[in-house]
Design a binder for this molecule. Structure first.
Ligand SMILES: [Zn+2]
Length: 377
């Protein structure tokens, strides 16, 4: 009887390990499965990737119903859905969620620019920069926060802001706009002055003390870094207004006639923070601010005809639902969590190659499709 029990246990162990291998293979296959067989009708010169952090369908809907039933992102011609899960979790965080867009591999939560085994990979920003494209990052969080950091840092912890700032010194990004100046020149872990390092690397460095970003004319001809705050930038409702105008000016700055093209990542960072706070008004204000930035990108792409705009999110935050309301602009909302959820995430695209973004696919495909359109499989 004892022997029987042992052999049953052994068979079960074998089975569960075989099933585990099978599942792992399926996971890897689903990651490798690609829609690259689809050929684009045309390819873009420039890509603007716009990430609304924590922006699921409900956040978009709440913004739209609070804005006379209209959002600029409705101008996009193609819509898809991506599967947001991370390597080690059904629900991604913003580090793995942006890393998958930057290196095309699912990773573990908290990892930046690394695959799930911890190996660093060149990001799309680093690749395009090496190919003489102009590149830029524009956010309403700190510039070392998970989403922007995933495009230049290679770290196992998204919380190591000072290490992430050091990683930025090895990147040839042409334009940086976001908060977090203190991680560069008043550091807790060492006495480095990374503002000086930036200046020595030919950046013009400005910040909110010197300039109102809304009034600043971006000088052409050198690299720019603008710190919008010492720590986290303010909420839109507390007076932060730079994202829409900075989007238009960043595009104009990067669209230099002698460049091969440009890659700009714009993040509406605080839609996610409103979700964590379970604060519908915070979400709506940030969503509408992000939508104004979307207008700036789409206006340029429409006139230019050579620019692909992709608008998506890393994940949904808050499990937001709209559960009633008497009229547009008077919504009754509810939340199911203070964290992220596992919902499918919408992808909106406009411009040459936009048709590739229709369908339902893994989040790795966002990277694959961008790289395909920029000439690298
Ligand atoms: Zn979050």
């Amino acid at each position: 009887m004892k022997n029987l029990k042992i052999s049953v246990l052994f068979v079960c162990l074998l089975c569960s390990s075989a099933c585990g291998v099978q599942q792992a293979k399926q996971a890897i296959n689903s990651e490798k499965q690609s829609t690259l067989t689809q050929k684009p009708k045309a390819t873009p010169k420039n890509i603007i990737l716009m990430i609304g952090d924590g922006m699921g369908i409900s956040q978009i809907t709440a913004g739209m119903y609070s804005n006379n039933n209209y959002l600029e992102l409705e101008r996009c011609t193609h819509i898809g859905l991506h599967k947001q899960h991370a390597s080690d979790n059904l629900i991604t965080d913003s580090a793995a969620g942006a890393t998958v867009f930057s290196i095309g591999r699912k990773s573990n939560n908290k990892y930046l620019g690394l695959d799930s085994l911890g190996n660093p990979h060149q990001t799309i920003l680093e690749y395009l920069s090496s190919k003489k494209y102009k590149t830029g990052l524009l956010v309403t969080s700190t510039i070392v926060h998970a989403t922007p950091a995933a495009f230049y840092a290679h770290q196992k912890s998204r919380n190591d802001y000072e290490k992430i700032a050091v990683d930025l010194m090895a990147t040839d990004v042409d334009l940086l706009i976001g908060g977090g100046k203190k991680y560069f020149n008043r550091r807790m872990t060492d006495s480095l002055d990374l503002i000086e390092v930036l200046k020595n690397r030919d950046y013009l460095v400005q910040d909110y003390f010197d300039q109102d970003l809304n009034n600043w004319i971006f000088p052409i001809g050198q690299k720019l870094a603008f710190f919008t705050s010492d720590g986290d930038p303010e909420k839109q409702s507390k007076g932060r207004t730079y994202l829409p105008s900075a989007t238009a000016k960043s595009i104009a700055f990067l669209n230099q006639p002698n460049a091969k093209g440009f890659f700009l990542m714009v993040e509406g960072s605080q839609i996610d923070w409103g979700g964590h706070d379970n604060d519908a008004n915070y979400i709506i204000a940030e969503m509408l601010d992000f939508d104004k930035a979307i207008k700036a990108a789409l206006d340029f792409a429409q006139a230019d005809q050579n620019t692909l705009v992709i608008i998506t999110a890393d994940h949904e935050t808050g499990g937001l639902a709209i559960i009633g309301g008497k009229k547009f602009g008077d919504l009754k909302t509810a939340f199911t969590t203070e964290n992220h959820t596992a919902d499918l995430i919408p992808v909106f695209a406009y411009g040459p190659g936009a048709e590739l973004f229709s369908g339902i696919y893994e989040n790795t495909e966002i990277y694959n499709k961008m790289m395909q359109l920029m000439g690298k499989d």
